[in-house]
Design a protein around this ligand. Structure first.
Ligand SMILES: [Zn+2]
Length: 242
C-alpha cells in the first residue's frame, strides 16, 4: 500500500481524517459524534469516535501528530488577546511552521479521503503542491494555502454542535477559490488559489511572527455563516432525530 504523503510502499496505519479533538463539541455521552452534510441525500449518522482510513505510514502519521498536538495546545492553553473593538481576538506568540502545516493538513486530508462522510473536494494541482509542502515541512508564505478563522457570534451554539468537513464555496472570494468548514466550533475558510499573493488582506492569515487573528463574524463572513446555516436547514439536518 502506498502512503499518500511520502508515496512509499509501506504498511499503512488507520489514520483519522481530522484530529479527534476537533470533534470535541460533538461527543455525546456515548462518545459518538455527528457529521452533517448539506447534501439532502446524506443523512446525519453516528460513528463510534472519529472517521478513519488507511492513508499514511507510521512515520508520516507522526508528522501530523506533531502539528496536531501543537495546534491542540494552542487552542486549549493559549490565552486569547482581545484587540480592536471586539471584532477580532488574536492568538499571539504562535510557532508559524507547525500551526500553518496543521491548517494545510486539514484541507489536504479532506481532499484525499474517500470516506463517504466527507464532502468530495478536488483541489486539482494544489493537492500535489500541498502534499509536497507538508512532506518537506515547508509552510510557505502566510497567504499560500492560508486559512481564515472566524468565531461565529451568530448561532454560536449551533456551530459548537458539529464538525462540518471542507466544502468548496459556490462562488469565488475576490477571484480566489475557497473552502468552508467548521472545526472545533470555529468557522474556517481555506483559500486555495494560484494567485493567492494577490489576496488583498494578508493580515487575516497566521503571520510569520506568530499572530493568528480569529474574527468575530461580521461583514462578508455573516453572509457565509447565514448561507451555511440555511443550507443546513434546507437539507433538514437540524432538529433531525438520529
Ligand atoms: Zn509515509
Amino acid at each position: 500500500m502506498v502512503c499518500r504523503l511520502c508515496k512509499e510502499d509501506k504498511p499503512l496505519r488507520e489514520s483519522h481524517i481530522f484530529p479527534e479533538w476537533l470533534y470535541k463539541e460533538l461527543y455525546d455521552d456515548n462518545h459518538r459524534f455527528f457529521v452533517l452534510s448539506t447534501d439532502v441525500k446524506k443523512r446525519r449518522g453516528t460513528r463510534p469516535r472519529g472517521i478513519y482510513e488507511r492513508l499514511l505510514c507510521h512515520e508520516c502519521e507522526q508528522r501530523f501528530s506533531k502539528w496536531e498536538g501543537y495546534a491542540r495546545d494552542v487552542f486549549n492553553n493559549q490565552p486569547l488577546k482581545l484587540i480592536e473593538d471586539n471584532r477580532v481576538v488574536v492568538f499571539s506568540g504562535l510557532q508559524y511552521t507547525p500551526f500553518k502545516l496543521f491548517q494545510m493538513s486539514l484541507i489536504w486530508r479532506a481532499s484525499i479521503t474517500s470516506r463517504p462522510e466527507i464532502n468530495r473536494i478536488d483541489l486539482g494541482p494544489h493537492a500535489e503542491r500541498i502534499r509536497k509542502m507538508l512532506f518537506e515541512n515547508r509552510p510557505g508564505e502566510a497567504h499560500e494555502y492560508g486559512s481564515i478563522l472566524m468565531l461565529p457570534a451568530l448561532g454560536q451554539e449551533l456551530m459548537q454542535e458539529f464538525l462540518y468537513p471542507p466544502e468548496r464555496l459556490p462562488s469565488k472570494l475576490d477571484g480566489h477559490s475557497a473552502y468552508r468548514a467548521v472545526f472545533g466550533g470555529l468557522f474556517w475558510l481555506f483559500i486555495v488559489s494560484n494567485h493567492s499573493a494577490r489576496f488583498p488582506h494578508k493580515e487575516v492569515f497566521l503571520s510569520r511572527d506568530g499572530r493568528l487573528p480569529v474574527f468575530k463574524v461580521g461583514g462578508p463572513a455573516v453572509k457565509f455563516m447565514q448561507q451555511l446555516a440555511s443550507d443546513f436547514f434546507a437539507a433538514g439536518m437540524l432538529n433531525d432525530p438520529v
